[in-house]
Design a protein around this ligand. Structure first.
Ligand code: ARG
Ligand code: ASP
Length: 677
């Protein structure tokens, strides 16, 4: 199709014109369009080395881990690295009071000690294919997907939209179900700094864990079985222990989840002035309730550790995002850009009007969905009751309930219910509180009083109550029924972002296409959507504030400086203190500032987002130099606007990973199957 060819040609021109920017998350199959720029910055390999369907390439060593993170294969026997926070659920599920791997860490002493992780999957990309023309030619997406799935054992396939549907790609994966925990450092290393240091540089978190993929004896994906053997990958990463320096080329290969590079000012306004601020305020209330209970009770601290971390992670990111959008003046810049587009493309200016009108039609609906999720849906017990009422399979109900009540505290939930019910009423757009819910609140003297009534009268706050009782006859059933219209509403608006609501998104397709034809200077990459991407840049510090330069590398000295047995987030294991005093760093020691120390984390200019956690960070030779896990505070707006000067991703230095495995974990034998250079 002629138009599409034009689009591609324009893309290539745009790329050539802005070869300096490190911004962008590129499709591996099209990486040849960037390779000149990459090579000029220090990349030594070819596009075929990154992605090939004819021979083994680096893509064969990258995995989508547990549906939301990235991991990398580092040995011919399927050994896999990812972040500690990506393996967290699996590690928690394998832990109990007698063997608490979160607290103590874990190292399998042999293959038989590698622990199966129920439900944990990794997916390796077989290939990706531009099917825009096939679909335009009348082929059905369902048929294409079905055919791809039939290609091999454990195959999965999906069609994903690029550039708001201007292009469609087929992604074909091999999905492995037998993934086992090989080792993890204790949380005091893997989560060092906790939520305090989260989204912050300088950083000292050893955010890694180790797994292994198992396959059938003929090397095919297979459900867990004793007969399974370590997976023999087409390709694994070699590891560089030579370290990195400021200015060195870095490339990141992974599964970024969600960016919104091309949204209009209306969407930025929604994020920075409505959605984020409301969600931040609501989560502040929830976190205060949880934190207070955690401080009073050690059991609750453990029960709510993962929940607290999850709630706090986005809460903190949104705060940085709002500040970043204000600092960069993103809203004004977008408005000026749109005005210029309209002035220079009079015949296309209606697209902006149509987008604006579409936002007007959908903002209230999308906001109500977000508000519902953050308030009424954040109350835990009724969620379980709703699940139990719908559950057909009693065994599954028991399993889910056991998992749930293990980490549940009814006192916290009641306090959250009191706040969130009244906040929902206060913040809901006019006319959106369901009548039945208003009636319940009115009948009991208001939202807070109703919450108390509910928790006084429900018998669903315990495992026995839920599994032994009749959920549909419980007081909570009335509440669940009253909010059912909101569940329905939320599912109608369950899109990745406001701008992906179809009534809005359909206008982005022609708008982004028009932008690509008009803005020749801009390097257009498709927004992240949890498909495999390459981003590249360099190791670099940055000016954090006036006169305050942040260097790109941290060391063990920083960990020791923060170490404090009285502060939970900074209480390192004694073994690390001992190694520090003895200075027995082995081959992992480096000389920095005339001190013998161990490298810990570093930062680079790679464009990353959620989902890139666990991604391999590679040097110019394609060797593994670290594992990506976070962004800095001044980068948190990068999903909306990436600032070349400020945005940095945070990486745990592979030498710290190896040091911890070897010197702290005593699992140096794992290094024998890796290829260290
Ligand atoms: N901020 C990182 C990301 O978005 C790491 C989160 C996990 N760590 C934590 N302390 N909650 O996922
Ligand atoms: N920490 C994120 C993740 O889990 C990465 C990021 O948002 O930079 O994917």
């Amino acid at each position: 199709m002629i138009k599409r060819t034009l689009l591609l040609a324009l893309l290539t021109v745009a790329v050539g014109a802005t070869a300096v920017a490190d911004k962008g998350m590129w499709l591996p199959s099209l990486i040849s369009s960037r390779i000149k720029d990459m090579r000029s910055k220090g990349f030594r390999l070819t596009a075929e080395d990154i992605y090939s369907i004819n021979k083994a390439s680096l893509k064969d060593a990258v995995v989508l881990f547990d549906g939301g993170c990235t991991g990398e294969i580092v040995s011919p026997e399927g050994l896999l690295l990812t972040n500690h926070h990506c393996g967290y659920d699996a590690i928690q599920a394998l832990s109990s009071v007698d063997h608490d791997y979160l607290t103590d860490g874990y190292w399998a002493k042999s293959r038989s000690g590698e622990l199966p992780c129920k439900g944990l999957q990794v997916a390796i990309l077989v290939r990706m294919e531009d099917i825009t023309d096939r679909l335009a030619g009348g082929e059905s997406a369902e048929a294409i997907v079905a055919a791809a799935k039939a290609e091999g054992k454990g195959y999965a396939a999906a069609v994903e939209q690029m550039y708001y549907g201007n292009e469609q790609y087929l992604f074909v994966y091999r999905v492995f179900d037998d993934v086992r925990l090989v080792g993890t450092p204790p949380s005091s290393i893997g989560k060092f700094g906790g939520d305090t240091d989260n989204w912050i540089w300088p950083r000292h978190t050893g955010d890694f864990s180790v797994f292994r993929i198992y396959a059938s004896p003929d090397n095919e994906p297979a459900a867990y079985s004793k007969a399974n053997v370590p997976y023999r990958p087409a390709r694994h990463f070699e590891i560089s222990t030579r370290g990195v320096g400021e200015g060195d080329f870095t490339m990141i290969y992974g599964f970024p989840g969600n960016t919104q590079e091309y949204i209009t000012s209306d969407a930025v306004d929604y994020i920075a002035n409505l959605s984020d601020p409301v969600k931040i305020a609501l989560r502040t209330e929830r976190l205060d309730i949880i934190r207070e209970a955690q401080q009073r009770d050690a059991k609750v601290r453990i029960q709510y550790a993962a929940k607290h971390a999850t709630i706090a992670n986005a809460w903190k990111k949104w705060q940085g995002e709002v500040l970043g959008i204000r600092r960069l003046g993103t809203l004004d810049k977008k408005r000026a850009y749109e005005a210029r587009f309209a002035a220079e493309n009079p015949s296309q200016a209606f697209l902006l009007d149509s987008l604006h009108a579409a936002y007007e039609r959908n903002i209230t609906g999308y906001y109500l969905r977000e508000l519902f999720n953050e308030t009424l849906r954040a109350i835990e017990m009724p969620q379980m009751v709703r699940f139990a009422m719908a559950a057909r399979d009693h065994e599954r109900k028991r399993t889910v309930a056991a998992e749930f009540y293990k980490n549940y505290d009814a006192g916290i939930d009641r306090a959250i219910a009191r706040r969130m019910m009244s906040e929902f009423v206060r913040l809901a757009p006019e006319g959106t509180v369901p009548d039945a819910l208003s009636a319940l609140f009115a009948a009991h003297g208001g939202a807070e009083a109703y919450a108390d009534y509910l928790y006084d009268n429900s018998s669903m706050t315990t495992f026995d109550g839920l599994v032994g009782g009749d959920a549909s006859a419980d007081a909570a059933a009335e509440f669940v029924a009253a909010v059912e219209p909101l569940y329905e509403h939320a599912s109608r608006y369950a899109y990745r972002n406001l701008s992906n609501v179809p009534d809005i998104e359909r206008w982005y397709r022609p708008y982004v296409k028009a932008l690509m034809e008009w803005d020749r200077e801009r390097a257009f990459f498709p927004d992240a959507n949890l498909t495999l991407r390459v981003a590249y840049g360099k190791v670099a510090g940055y000016e954090y504030a006036d006169g305050e330069y942040h260097r790109p590398q941290t060391t063990l000295e920083g960990i020791i400086a923060k170490d404090n047995p009285d502060i939970y987030d900074y209480d390192i294991p004694q073994s690390l203190r001992d190694v520090y005093s003895s200075k027995q760093y082995g081959r992992w020691g480096i000389d920095l500032d005339s001190r013998r120390t161990v490298p810990v984390c570093f930062i680079a200019t790679n464009h990353t987002t959620g989902g890139n956690s666990g991604s391999p960070v590679l040097n110019g030779r394609g060797e593994l130099i670290g594992i990506n896990f976070d962004r800095t505070w001044l980068s948190t707006m990068s999903d909306v606007e990436f600032d070349e000067d400020m945005c940095r991703n945070i990486i745990v230095d592979i030498r710290y990973v190896l040091f911890v495995i070897d010197r702290i974990g005593g699992a140096g034998y794992l290094l024998d199957e890796m290829r260290l250079k």
